[in-house]
Ligand binder design. Structure first.
Ligand SMILES: [Zn+2]
Ligand SMILES: [Zn+2]
Length: 329
């Protein structure tokens, strides 16, 4: 086993682990102490009775109350990050800040006109997923509503905007792929980055192709890794697992990982035309629960889309409506 020394949090910053579902188990929320005694919370975590209680206890442990929250800042719209922000805002009136693109994506997922819960099972069906699996998807998606209700009123953050959090200046760096409009926050003076799920240690952040969202998510993600990898970073504070060093190396590793995955899919398609679900089973196995299967299927589709963009494969719809991916000869 490679020994990794644990990185302690700097003065004025605390990490609060908020419970979430398997396999991630927890999301890292960061509490940054402002010079005037207030705090900024980055990514408060998904909402549930359990996580509300965790915040009461965490704030009490820091001799703080909800009234000390100056602002909530979000890296991206996923329920495990945005979830409690509207609930905190209701209690405190604190501004909730995230990118405009992330806010749009929250509406696309959970807004009053959202259609994704209906579109996604149809989409997966057209890509070969059997009906006994697609029919689980809609109910699974609806399960997230309680984690994100109420949605916050958002004060936008623009790409390249400077924010003051914990008495330090942080640059907002917007990169796509894992989530459209994802923001990392980079403090050049202390060489720290709050990187949300853009770069994670040990885990490859999920890259999802979903109908009506970013139509080139893997390309967006890889472009983002190049941008983030160029920053001079000493310590990275991720959304999951533990703070880590060697941030630039991790971006290179993730780029390599995706190239290898593209290569493996290409080899499969070269053998014979195939649908996305069969590629998904080859890459991720056929024993996944609904949540993992959705991530695996959309990740597979994101990679296939990148192979199409590179003009090494094409997709053709069959008479039964299912799309086959074929080598572009
Ligand atoms: Zn995420
Ligand atoms: Zn996350």
């Amino acid at each position: 086993m490679k020994q990794t020394k644990s990185i302690s949090m700097p003065v004025g910053m605390h990490r609060v682990k908020i419970t979430m579902a398997f396999p991630l188990r927890w999301v890292n929320s960061y509490v940054l102490h402002e010079p005037d005694g207030t705090i900024t919370i980055v990514d408060p975590g998904p909402r549930s009775a359990e996580t509300e209680q965790e915040w009461y206890e965490a704030l009490a442990g820091l001799n703080l109350t909800f009234q000390d929250i100056k602002q909530v800042v979000l890296t991206h719209h996923h329920p495990d990050h945005l979830g409690l922000s509207g609930w905190i805002q209701q209690q405190t009136g604190a501004p909730v800040r995230m990118s405009t693109r992330s806010r749009q994506e929250a509406d696309y997922m959970w807004g009053p006109d959202a259609t994704i819960n209906r579109l996604l099972p149809e989409y997966y069906g057209r890509h070969g997923m059997p009906e006994d699996k697609t029919e689980q998807i809609g109910g699974h998606m609806e399960g997230f509503n309680s984690q994100i209700t109420p949605l916050p009123v958002v004060t936008p953050i623009e790409d390249d905007e400077w924010l003051v959090m914990g008495g330090k200046k942080w640059l907002a760096v917007e990169t796509g792929g894992h989530a459209p409009g994802h923001l990392s926050f980079y403090a050049p003076d202390s060489r720290e980055i709050l990187c949300g799920d853009a770069v994670l240690p040990q885990i490859s952040p999920n890259i999802s192709l979903q109908p009506g969202s970013d139509d080139q998510p893997l390309l967006s993600y890889m472009e983002g890794l190049h941008r983030l990898g160029a920053l001079d970073v000493e310590v990275a504070y991720p959304g999951h697992r533990n703070p880590f060093n060697h941030f630039a190396d991790r971006t290179v590793h993730l780029l390599t990982h995706h190239e290898e995955r593209l290569q493996k899919m290409m080899e499969r398609i070269r053998e014979a035309p195939t649908n996305a679900y069969d590629v998904c089973v080859l890459m991720f196995g056929d024993r996944l629960g609904t949540h993992q299967l959705r991530f695996a299927m959309s990740e597979t589709l994101a990679h296939l889309q990148e192979l199409i963009r590179r003009e090494v494969i094409v997709q053709k719809q069959q008479p039964d409506g299912v799309f086959l991916f074929i080598e572009n000869t």
